[in-house]
Design a protein around this ligand. Structure first.
Ligand SMILES: CC(C)(COP(=O)(O)OP(=O)(O)OC[C@H]1O[C@@H](n2cnc3c(N)ncnc32)[C@H](O)[C@@H]1OP(=O)(O)O)[C@@H](O)C(=O)NCCC(=O)NCCS
Length: 188
């Protein structure tokens, strides 16, 4: 378990798959990610089985949020999304990451930024990475803003590299280096 203030990461379970299918078929969620085709439970089960064979540091983690309605009761957590590192290069010490908050009730409430910060902390202070990067569509201002808040800056704009909703859009590559992360003074 990787634990932050309002979010924590856990391993994903086969029983989470129906939630993933629900999220991945939501057009508003799909707008931000590399999926444009309806996703079936069977496909997601196949993805889940392949994911479990990946190196441990590239396995998908579930993002859980502290259930704030449970005040005064024993603390409970709810699954709101997923995140993972991918394409880890152990020689260069770089990795790409992806994040999805699938439960839209949790959008625009700072959970995405907090999850990005926690993943970045894990990348630099546990995995000993030197650079963390990501790709985001320029049509996704919510994600871009969350990444900027977590310290990412623009590296590259790939012009018209994606086609969404009847028009081409640019794909941005953003990154944060270990040095930039340390200079933000976020290590506790
Ligand atoms: C992208 C995502 C992770 C962001 O998480 P989140 O919890 O919604 O983000 P946060 O609340 O931490 O931050 C969002 C910021 O964007 C701002 N924002 C939201 N909509 C915006 C818009 N249309 N234009 C500009 N800024 C916008 C919010 O106001 C907030 O900034 P602020 O705190 O300065 O006010 C989440 O929305 C998500 O998973 N979406 C679906 C999948 C996806 O797009 N994944 C990313 C693929 S690269």
């Amino acid at each position: 378990m990787i634990i932050g203030d309002r979010v924590r990461f856990r391993g994903v379970e086969r029983s989470d798959i129906p939630r993933f299918v629900e999220w991945l078929n939501d057009p508003e969620v799909q707008d931000g990610i590399m999926i444009h085709h309806p996703m079936s439970q069977a496909e997601e089960e196949g993805w889940f089985d392949r994911m479990l064979t990946r190196p441990v540091d590239e396995r998908v983690m579930g993002i859980e949020a502290r259930d704030e309605s449970a005040e005064g009761k024993p603390m409970t957590w709810v699954l709101i999304g997923t995140c993972a590192f991918d394409n880890i290069d152990w020689r260069v010490r770089s990795a790409e990451f992806g994040i999805l908050i699938g439960d839209k009730q949790y959008w625009n409430r700072g959970y995405g930024t907090e999850a990005v910060r926690l993943l970045v902390k894990h990348g630099f202070t546990t995995l000993n990475l030197n650079l963390i990067f990501l790709h985001v569509f320029d049509t996704n201002p919510r994600a871009i803003r969350a990444y900027q808040k977590a310290g990412f800056t623009l590296d590259v704009r790939e012009r018209q590299a994606e086609y969404r909703n009847g028009r081409f859009c640019d794909v941005l590559m953003m990154s944060i280096s270990r040095q930039e992360y340390l200079s933000r003074g976020e290590v506790k």
